[in-house]
Design a binder for this molecule. Structure first.
Ligand code: LRH
Ligand code: MN
Length: 424
């Protein structure tokens, strides 16, 4: 299903006057609004190929219909999101859930929708039917070298798929760990994992990166072999200059100060990027900014400060990806909300008066520092994000457009009500 520019322009015409009123009001307050808009236009968030269908939990899954039946249809859905918000111009594949069978046709199809391939993800947390050795007791950490060899070979295969698609990074998330005290020798598990990652690292092309994603718990519930940012950084430092730590917002213990972790990984030049989502308890994979929007703003505040301190290109030097699971929402509406929340947090972080904040920090003026951040967070920049979107050819109100044009029903008519997309 493709959306014509003409249909989007018609939608924008209807909503333009109220948008202009809001935008002109706020733009008058922000001297550098044009540079913020240019940065927003350049910024894209990669959509996870495993989150285009309905997610579920062990207690149940309630499909909404019209789910993509193939990688081509997943790319169609990302193309649909990108046509509406002009900020979703990339897809992150998960192998073997989304093995590309014909690279050329997949590349042409994606290019025709303005979609590029972001980091590719390996999967050694599930056993495939044709697999010789089980990952029940881990993969790269496993006590049996045959299991480790099998997992290393899989990661090399994933790199090869990525090379064919123009991807430049491999994300490795390991479910490896233990569920009971005494089950695992932590030192040997770390060393097996490091040796295995070193073999995968040596298979990376010169211009590639490896993202080491950490997680505090689940599916192991006593220890995870890449359990926190410290362990992930240890691996990344021991692996070499192409290895970085990936921050999935849902992978922290309660009340972790994620914005401080981000600031320090960035300072060390070891921040890979993000799997954006939100959570109240565990790895809930909820809509970005739906539970802790202030934390998301504080993370982007550290990102803008830290990226500018290192002279990084905001749009290209870090991995911007969503990792979510949609149990009760339409997957495409959920993803539109998540991208909007990310763009809003980024816009607000770009609005922060860094000079005034640095001065407040340098003079221990705690109240002014907080007032400055909260004043920015309480400033409604939705019309600035919308202005960037329409200048890039997107819709003023993507979810309204999606509903008014009955897109989900069209997808159900085209694909059926009961098919299940590959993924979580
Ligand atoms: C693990 C994780 C990882 C993916 C998976 C789909 O919780 O965040 O990034 O491989 O979700
Ligand atoms: Mn993740």
């Amino acid at each position: 299903m493709r959306i014509s520019q003409q249909t989007i322009d018609l939608h924008n015409e209807k909503l333009f006057s109220s948008h202009k009123r809001k935008f002109d009001f706020i733009a008058a307050e922000i001297p550098h609004v044009e540079s913020i808009i240019q940065k927003l236009i350049a910024f894209n968030v990669a959509i996870p190929s495993w989150a285009l269908g309905t997610g579920g939990t062990r207690f149940g899954r309630f499909p909404g219909g019209g789910e993509p039946r193939s990688l081509e249809e997943k790319i169609d859905d990302v193309g649909l999101l990108h046509a509406l918000n002009q900020s979703s111009g990339a897809i992150s594949l998960h192998i073997p859930w989304d093995i590309p069978h014909d690279y050329q046709s997949i590349l042409q199809h994606a290019a025709s929708l303005g979609i590029r391939f972001d980091a590719v993800n390996s999967n050694t947390f599930q056993d495939q039917s044709d697999q010789q050795f089980s990952y029940k007791f881990g993969s790269l950490q496993h006590v049996d070298k045959h299991v480790r060899k099998q997992a290393i070979a899989h990661n090399k295969e994933v790199i090869n798929h990525g090379i064919e698609l123009g991807s430049k990074a491999l994300t490795v998330w390991l479910s490896d760990g233990s569920s009971f005290p005494g089950q695992l020798n932590f030192r040997k598990a770390f060393q097996h994992t490091l040796e295995s990652l070193q073999e995968i690292y040596s298979a990376l092309p010169a211009d590639w990166k490896i993202f080491v994603e950490y997680k505090a718990f689940e599916p192991n519930f006593y220890s995870m072999t890449v359990g926190d940012w410290g362990q992930s950084l240890l691996y990344a430092n021991k692996l070499g200059p192409k290895a970085f730590s990936l921050v999935d917002l849902g992978h922290h213990l309660p009340n972790a100060n994620i914005e401080q972790i981000v600031a320090l990984l960035l300072m060390e030049g070891k921040l890979a990027g993000f799997h954006f989502n939100d959570s109240k308890y565990g790895d809930d994979d909820l809509t970005v900014g739906s539970i802790k929007p202030y934390q998301l703003f504080l993370i982007f505040n550290e990102l803008v400060e830290g990226m500018d301190a290192r002279g990084l290109n905001h749009a290209t030097d870090l991995g911007w990806m969503i990792d979510a699971s949609h149990n009760v929402k339409d997957p495409l509406e959920d993803l539109l909300q998540s991208v909007e929340a990310i763009m809003l947090a980024y816009a607000q972080a770009l609005m922060v008066d860094r000079k005034k904040l640095n001065h407040a920090q340098a003079s221990n003026d705690v109240v002014s520092a907080q007032e400055l951040l909260q004043d920015t967070f309480r400033t409604d920049l939705r019309s600035v994000v919308a202005e960037a979107r329409i200048r890039a050819g997107g819709a003023l109100d993507p979810i309204r457009f999606y509903r008014e044009h009955g897109i989900r029903q069209s997808l159900i008519n085209e694909r059926g009500a009961n098919n299940k997309a590959t993924g979580l």
